[in-house]
Design a protein around this ligand. Structure first.
Ligand code: HAM
Length: 401
């Protein structure tokens, strides 16, 4: 938990400094919340059951749908744009493997109420900033699902069919994909990837189609904002497993993490809030797979530091109550980790325990010293010891910590 808290606190700091505020969502939701737009992978893997009242509920598989529900019920009158974030456990009944768990944690952000490319750029920049703040090397892939989806519509597929095609792409079911869509332009486009220059190639492929060209302009705007700030690769084949995405989608991978190397995924979902009965509200966000981030840090031999105690207080002789009081005063007054010896071990055993914990100081409360209102403070690093007045024991440490 020391290590996990380190990651949690670091992510939180970066996210909060961009103006995002924490929310907390319930662990379970009505199953139907996920039935409409979550995509086959999520629906097939729901931890769903009936509760004692016969209601169909499930453990949340992700948080964006819950955020949309929460927004409609509680947050819709807040000033916009609304910047919120969360951290918590999610549940998917998947086949467990390395870095893929049935219970896992996500740290995610949602930026609600703006359809601007600046909002897309902000969340993507924020995800990258989080990676960089831990010195993690990563690969960011960008796409705009609107280009593909509107192209499919111009090819006379309806919305539901377009969603199915994107889902086939996401799951890598290429034979079925070829069968479903015959358009040469579509397949040329979905295979296109590379730097900013592929935007021009894409424009040539879809030059006959107005709506996809419009969407491509949005991707161009985004790339213009991100240029020089983050490194990215455009990949028109990136589709995400969630059906609610309408615009920009992106993912972040860390090399050498194995088959499950995606540490972050996100995108724009402009219709979800409306679909759940709220006003039409554009939104964009992402979620980090927290456990995968931990793995990436461990693999990169990230220095977590270690938990260390600063002071141990030990009573020698009949001074247990005074030792307890001294520890209480130090714990209350100092910004330090203070341990109290409570096993009645001998002084030498206590000191070797303290050294093993890398404790810096021992406060020895002995009978003789106590009679003179003093204690002995031993510096376990230098082995030096001196007497300190009990009344001003806090002051003694203040100059030395
Ligand atoms: P997602 O792509 O399903 O997106 O999940 C985001 C991240 O959670 C993944 O990139 C991965 O790192 C991690 N993850 C997913 N499943 C597992 C698992 N079984 N075990 C360990 N880690 C896992 C979402 O959940 C969206 N709600 C993200 C979002 C927020 N989009 C807009 N706003």
């Amino acid at each position: 938990m020391w290590e996990r808290r380190h990651l949690h606190d670091g992510l939180t700091k970066v996210i909060e400094s961009a103006g995002y505020r924490r929310i907390q969502m319930p662990l379970f939701e009505e199953t139907r919340l996920f039935m409409e737009k979550s995509g086959v992978e999520i629906i097939e893997n729901l931890y769903a059951f009936k509760d004692k009242g016969g209601r169909n509920i499930c453990l949340r598989p992700e948080a964006t749908a819950s955020v949309a529900r929460f927004y409609i019920q509680e947050l819709r009158n807040r000033p916009k744009p609304l910047r919120i974030y969360y951290h918590g456990s999610m549940y998917r009944y998947e086949r467990p493997q390395k870095n893929r768990y049935r219970e896992f944690f996500q740290t995610g952000v949602e930026l609600i109420g703006s359809d601007s490319s600046l909002a897309d750029a902000e969340v993507i920049w924020l995800a990258c900033r989080c990676m960089e703040s831990f010195g993690l090397k990563y690969i960011l892939r960008l796409n705009h699902l609107g280009v593909l989806k509107s192209l499919l519509q111009e090819l006379n597929l309806n919305e539901a069919e377009a969603v199915e095609v994107v889902s086939l792409m996401d799951r890598g079911l290429l034979d079925e994909l070829e069968e479903k869509v015959s358009s040469k332009e579509f397949h040329k486009l979905r295979k296109l990837r590379g730097g900013r220059s592929v935007l021009e190639k894409a424009a040539k492929i879809i030059k006959e189609f107005d709506k996809p060209l419009e969407k491509l302009d949005e991707l161009k705007n985004l790339c213009g904002i991100l240029e020089g700030l983050v490194e990215y690769e455009i990949d028109f084949g990136v589709a995400r497993g969630l059906d609610y995405y309408t615009g920009i989608v992106f993912d972040i991978k860390v090399e050498d993490l194995g088959a499950q190397d995606q540490v972050c995924g996100g995108g724009r979902y402009d219709n979800l809030i409306q679909l759940f009965g709220g006003p039409q509200t554009p939104a964009v966000g992402f979620a980090f797979g927290f456990d995968r981030m931990m793995e990436a840090l461990r693999q990169g031999e990230f220095e977590f530091g270690y938990v260390k105690n600063d002071i141990i207080v030990v009573g020698v002789g009949d001074t247990r109550i005074e030792a307890f009081k001294t520890a209480s005063i130090l714990r209350e007054s100092l910004d330090a980790v203070v341990e109290l010896e409570i096993l009645d071990r001998s002084l030498s055993k206590t000191l070797s325990h303290a050294s093993a914990q890398k404790t810096r100081f021992a406060v020895i409360v002995g009978e003789k010293e106590l009679a003179e209102s003093c204690v002995t403070v031993k510096d376990l690093k230098t082995e030096k010891q001196e007497s300190a007045g009990l009344v001003d024991i806090v002051g003694w440490f203040e100059g030395r910590m």
